[in-house]
Design a protein around this ligand. Structure first.
Ligand code: GN1
Ligand code: MG
Length: 357
């Protein structure tokens, strides 16, 4: 695939094109990501990203949120590794070129991002990193940050989008997705619970995309180093972050797995995830929030299943696909994980109690 980006980037960031080789990064559904590999050091030095403006209609909101968090953290915890975009020649963390939004991020050497985890310790470390960021930001007024995507984790809105897509889709897609559609209705109790609890949940500054590929671990020791992808750092509920960890750390296969029999909840990973998160957030979360630990997984996994299914019914305009019914497969995959969360509920609640004590 040809790698295209505006030539002005080089001078905007004082880089010499002759010093780098370019590569396309394959992970991530939303933004286009290009790796800049230093020819001299033979490793990635920078990550160049073009922000998807269909998804992020106001990229300057991301920029503003990140700046606010960065300033706060620099003052409060100067040691904390916060991966913000680099400033360009004009002192901006976002470069607007021909109507497109670009940013350059530093690459953190000797780290690795995973798509699935192989050791519970990795889950502990990853969960701890996301918990740590929320803990360090707990005294920054969340109302100063703005949503970078309106309604992003609003389950009610996601369900409405699904209902609408279902009404408007073709009979053929309604038939091929019948099993997933039935599950979307069956699990709507999660939405009822969400509507009750959201009234009591405090707004905090959350990451909102804590999937396992968004945290960097040391490539040798697997100790947590930092979190990445701050596009959705914005006000929200803690269930958004802990829930997406459950969605992506518990299982040995990811959302793209087609063989649903491979989807299993690894209890030791569940335990490690909750422990890692609480190692930072136990002193921050209130008693009501602590009762919603398992609910966080139900909420996010259900929402992700709905989002994949909605996209399938709408003709795959949001999540890129490699084969025609991939978004349906992803939805069924997530519903299977959700089924297992319910089936194992008692055991998982016991584990949570042990973690809290
Ligand atoms: C998208 O940015 P990326 O590809 O990590 C999505 C998340 C989903 C995730 C599912 C802005 O994340 O909400 O959980 O895909 N991000 C956006 O893999 O929609
Ligand atoms: Mg993202």
């Amino acid at each position: 695939m040809e790698i295209n980006f505006p030539g002005q980037i080089w001078s905007l960031y004082n880089l010499n094109p002759a010093d780098f080789k370019l590569e396309i990064a394959s992970s991530g559904h939303i933004n286009q990501t290009i790796l800049l590999l230093s020819k001299e050091q033979d490793h990635v030095s920078f990550v160049l990203q073009r922000i998807n403006q269909t998804v992020f209609t106001h990229p300057e909101v991301i920029s503003k949120n990140v700046k606010l968090a960065q300033k706060f953290l620099q003052e409060q915890d100067p040691e904390y590794l916060f991966i913000a975009p680099l400033l360009n020649r004009d002192g901006e963390n976002l470069s607007i070129i021909a109507g497109e939004y670009w940013r350059l991020l530093p690459f953190v050497p000797k780290t690795k991002a995973f798509d699935v985890l192989t050791e519970p310790d990795q889950a502990y470390e990853a969960a701890k990193q996301f918990g740590k960021m929320s803990r360090l930001l707990k005294d920054l007024d969340s109302s100063l940050l703005e949503p970078s995507i309106a309604g992003f984790h609003d389950l009610e809105w996601r369900k409405q989008q699904f209902d609408q897509a279902l009404n408007q889709t073709s009979p053929a897609l309604q038939t091929s997705a019948a099993t997933a559609i039935a599950m979307a209705h069956e699990f709507a109790v999660i939405l009822e619970e969400f509507n009750v609890i959201k009234a009591v949940l405090p707004l905090r500054i959350m990451h909102h995309d804590t999937k396992i590929s968004n945290v960097l671990l040391d490539e040798e020791s697997f100790k947590g180093v930092c979190v990445i992808d701050l596009d959705t750092l914005m006000p929200g509920y803690f269930i958004s972050d802990l829930g997406d960890m459950m969605r992506t750390y518990l299982c040995a296969v990811d959302e793209n797995e087609t063989d649903l029999s491979k989807i299993r909840i690894r209890e030791d990973f569940f335990d490690a995830t909750v422990k890692g998160y609480l190692s930072e957030m136990a002193s921050v979360l209130n008693p009501q929030e602590k009762e919603l630990i398992l609910f966080s997984g139900k909420y996010i996994i259900y929402m992700q299943a709905l989002r994949f299914l909605t996209d399938y019914l709408q003709g795959n305009t949001y999540y890129p696909i490699q084969y025609p019914n991939q978004n349906l497969v992803r939805a069924l995959n997530q519903f299977q994980l959700l089924n297992l969360l319910f089936q194992n509920e008692r055991k998982l609640e016991e584990l949570i109690q042990e973690c809290l004590n």
